[in-house]
Design a protein around this ligand. Structure first.
Ligand code: PMP
Length: 380
């Protein structure tokens, strides 16, 4: 039987082939007599899994040799603290500039304030986080320890389609990106990035694994209070094995990396194929929303996320209905559930609806959602 389409923002839908493979290997990985959850993280078997996963991720994202690929724990939120603890010491006054384009970068700025002298270089708060302030207007210092941004804001549905060139903006600092919710959906311009981090539980795999990809010259600046299991230099020296890593999550992430590498879209493979699909999924859904009288997405088309699409149903007065308990929203969600379209309720801070369209969402899922949007509008 076909599975329902799951639009959760994370933990999120997984490629069915990966779930089946993980199920088939649950009791016995490659004939070794143990499931991955049961293996020592220091054994040969898990060593192979870890090495392969890191190598596959490196290949998929074309990560240059002078970057380290680290697997950690704590989720992206823990690394909101670990990034300043590791990098703020690069500047004598721990100057850190943050570009705030939604809830996640706002949280990052707030957390970094515990460890650093944070300046908000630009904020989309006034417009309700529906646009990215023009980089030419950002108030960047000349050489802060780093500049932080969230390259895809999962809650507000705002995505950087191009990363800023800090040097061209007169700022000599590494760029740190939180790429939790769009990693592997597009290539990354590593020439513009010093460190990227993100939780795995959206586009990659189970919760519990956090990725850090960091330029080598940024290692070794940790503040003395930085916990050693989270010191990126120590993690790099010990191949992400300072302590027991999230072995199951790494294994499933590795299966997803292999799945991505095997995907094809015409001539395209891997991340390029993922990007082509992401563009197509987003086009289908935004066109349906923009072409309707009932639905509305408030984000500037120049920075609409391909992965997370927040939208509202309008009330009889034409205004967006934010309250999920409003009878029209409740009826919409009930009907969606009945049609196998799951987890469309918006984030509580924004209200309305949100459809997350990660790599594992087939185009048929978006088509089914669009068909339902039209059907519901006719009946509303
Ligand atoms: N950053 C972004 C962009 C996110 O989407 C999330 C989770 N939704 C987080 C940070 C927090 O991640 P975690 O729950 O793994 O700490």
């Amino acid at each position: 039987m076909a599975r329902p389409f799951n639009f959760s923002a994370g933990p999120a839908t997984m490629p069915e082939a990966v779930l089946r493979q993980a199920a088939a290997e649950m009791l016995d990985w490659h004939g070794c007599g143990m499931g991955v959850m049961e293996m020592s993280h220091r054994g040969r078997e898990f060593g192979e899994i870890l090495e392969q996963a890191q190598a596959d991720l490196r290949a998929l994202l074309a990560i240059p040799d002078h970057f380290k690929v680290l697997f950690s724990q704590g989720g992206a939120l823990a690394h909101n603290a670990m990034v300043p603890l590791n990098l703020a010491g690069r500047h004598p006054q721990r100057a850190v500039d943050v570009v705030v384009t939604g809830a996640w970068s706002q949280k990052s700025a707030q957390e970094a304030r515990r460890y650093a002298d944070v300046q908000v270089a630009a904020s989309g708060a006034d417009g309700g986080y529906t646009a990215i302030p023009d980089p030419a207007t950002w108030r960047l210092r000349a050489n802060p320890a780093y500049v932080h941004l969230c390259s895809n804001e999962t809650i507000h549905g705002v995505e950087f389609h191009q990363l800023p060139d800090l040097a061209a903006l007169g700022c000599d600092a590494p760029l740190v990106i939180d790429f939790s919710s769009h990693v592997l959906s597009r290539p990354i311009d590593w020439g513009r990035v010093g460190l990227a981090f993100g939780g795995a539980q959206k586009n990659i795999g189970p919760a519990g694994l956090t990725l850090i990809i960091v330029r080598e010259d940024l290692l070794g600046h940790a503040l003395p209070i930085c916990p050693s299991v989270f010191d990126y230099r120590v993690l790099a020296e010990q191949q992400s094995m300072v302590n027991t890593p999230p072995t199951w999550a790494i294994y499933v992430a590795g299966l997803v990396f292999q799945w991505v590498a095997a995907q094809r879209e015409g001539e395209l493979t891997g991340v390029a194929a993922m990007e082509a699909r992401a563009i197509e999924r987003a086009r289908l859904l935004y066109e349906a929303i923009d072409g309707s009288q009932l639905y509305v997405n408030l984000v500037d088309p120049a920075c609409r996320s391909r992965m997370n699409v927040p939208f509202f149903l309008r009330g009889d007065d034409g205004r967006p209905l934010k309250d999920p308990a409003h009878p029209r929203n409740a009826a919409f969600l009930r009907g969606a559930q009945q049609r196998g379209l799951l987890q469309l309720k918006g984030h509580k801070s924004v209200g309305g609806m949100r459809a997350s369209l990660y790599n594992a969402m087939p185009i048929e899922g978006v088509q089914a959602l669009v068909d339902y949007l039209r059907e519901f509008e006719r009946s509303a």
